[in-house]
Design a protein around this ligand. Structure first.
Ligand code: TRP
Length: 455
């Protein structure tokens, strides 16, 4: 059987376009909203160190595996897994990796859209000068009041989901390239400016120590699991998002270099976000473990005090909306391509139905912040939104990643993966194959076993 397929959904115009799209998927709320608050909840430096190890030893190999499988299969992740399993003479059960991925993508999108809605709301608030001269307490209570109001949250959640559906229904390749090419560098520049501000006005030294001086007494099984979950979440791995993007990649591009570039940029943005936020956390005596509201309770203090802060802050949140947008579309894409391939739907209909389903599910997360916030509605001691986040990032994505690594490393023949990685990946291939066979799967398993107390 010929290994060279073409995707019915089209191809990127260049390797650079793929890098832009994959970076657009990876860089999002995960870096700027989730990374700082999970770092704070996990106690700082030791978590960051384990996170970086997870990016290198688990993230990059799994990302390469996803791109490789996607490019070889050239279909939705589910059909790619089915086709490749058949081709390699493996069990058709491998297609369940595709189902697991679609479920995870749908669950993540449901709460992702709610939080992206907060970001949208904060564009308006910052622009209209709500935070001007506000104290730390003032900014905190603005956030608390904001999430206590379900109608407001619902409006923003709806707007963001509609935005996502519109892009996906047009096909993720048109427009995405332009958006990422200009908006990502802009976000980067603003983030650096924020780090500069934090350096001058905040407790920068203390923040650097907090982030980079590991206190190993803070390390336990949960912290390590959080670090792995954050790596999967931030790099968009384990559910087929990078796989479907890989399926639009041309045959001549180097997968190794591409994966290293994308992972490197994603990590840089997360670290910069940490350096922008923690100096303010310490300056204003806020709680690092303040939870999901962390950036919404710290950055506005700075925007309220710096000259031109309303404009600068609005621009910052606007760029964050764009970053979230380019991430959200990759969460929907695997399900949409599957509906197009297997249910004969057109793109518009497929995007509308799957987006609608995620929107409805997202309402449960939204209500768990206010109407259903008391203990009676908690499952495993967590509000619904935290539970969905925890279950997807810390369990479903790593299981998906584990299966993807095992499939690429042990189920694909050496020749097939060698051919797919291509000659351009000579050195990379050897290292990748060693990691993905012997290091990545065992690292994921160890972290799981450690967490459930078997080790
Ligand atoms: N990585 C994105 C972020 O950091 C979120 C995201 C997009 C994602 N696609 C994904 C997370 C696929 C997990 C899987 O904001």
């Amino acid at each position: 059987m010929s290994a060279r397929r073409t995707s019915i959904h089209g191809e990127w115009s260049s390797r650079f376009a793929f890098i832009l799209a994959a970076t657009g998927s990876a860089v999002g709320l995960g870096n700027i909203w989730r990374f700082p608050y999970v770092t704070g909840e996990s106690g700082g430096g030791a978590f960051v160190l384990v996170y970086l190890l997870c990016v290198a030893l688990i993230g990059i190999p799994v990302m390469m595996a996803e791109i490789l499988l996607g490019r070889r299969g050239r279909q939705s992740p589910l059909n790619t897994m089915r086709t490749l399993a058949q081709e390699e003479g493996r069990s058709p059960a491998w297609q369940y990796v595709g189902w697991l991925g679609m479920a995870a993508g749908f669950m993540i999108l449901s709460f992702y859209s709610v939080v992206a809605g907060w970001t949208l709301a904060y564009v308006v608030r910052t622009a209209t000068g709500v935070f001007e001269g506000a104290t730390a307490e003032g900014v905190q209570s603005i956030f608390t009041d904001f999430i206590a109001n379900p109608e407001g949250l619902l409006a923003w959640h709806t707007i963001f989901m509609v935005m996502t559906i519109i892009v996906v229904s047009r096909g993720v390749k048109s427009g995405l390239e332009q958006a990422v090419r200009f908006l990502m560098p802009a976000l980067f520049v603003l983030l650096i400016a924020m780090v500069g501000y934090a350096m001058n006005t905040g407790q920068f030294q203390q923040a650097v120590e907090y982030l980079f001086k590991p206190d190993f007494s803070r390390l336990d099984a949960e912290v390590v699991l959080n670090a792995m979950g954050q790596a999967f979440f931030s790099l968009s791995l384990g559910m087929g998002a990078i796989m479907i993007y890989g399926s639009y990649l041309s045959h001549t591009a180097s997968i190794t270099r591409t994966a290293v570039v994308v992972a490197g940029m994603d990590t840089l943005v997360a670290i910069l976000a940490g350096l922008a936020i923690f100096p303010l956390v310490f300056e204003y005596g806020l709680e690092p473990a303040g939870g999901p509201g962390l950036i919404f309770m710290t950055l506005p203090i700075a925007f309220g005090q710096m000259p031109g802060g309303a404009l600068f802050g609005a621009l910052f949140f606007l760029l964050l909306v764009f970053a979230a947008w380019t991430s959200a579309i990759s969460l929907l894409e695997p399900a949409v391509t599957w509906l197009v391939e297997n249910r004969g739907m057109n793109r518009v209909k497929a995007a509308a139905w799957s987006g609608l389903a995620a929107w409805v599910f997202g309402i449960l997360s939204l209500l768990s912040l206010n109407l259903w916030s008391d203990d009676r509605y908690k499952l495993f001691g967590m509000p619904f939104i935290d539970l969905v986040d925890w279950l997807t990032a810390n369990v479903m994505l790593p299981i998906g990643g584990l299966l993807i690594a095992i499939f690429a490393a042990w189920m694909m023949s050496r020749e097939a993966s060698r051919a797919e990685l291509g000659l351009a990946d000579g050195l990379g291939f050897g290292l990748w194959r060693f990691l993905v066979r012997y290091v990545t799967p065992f690292a994921i398993l160890l972290i799981f076993l450690n967490k459930i107390g078997v080790l």
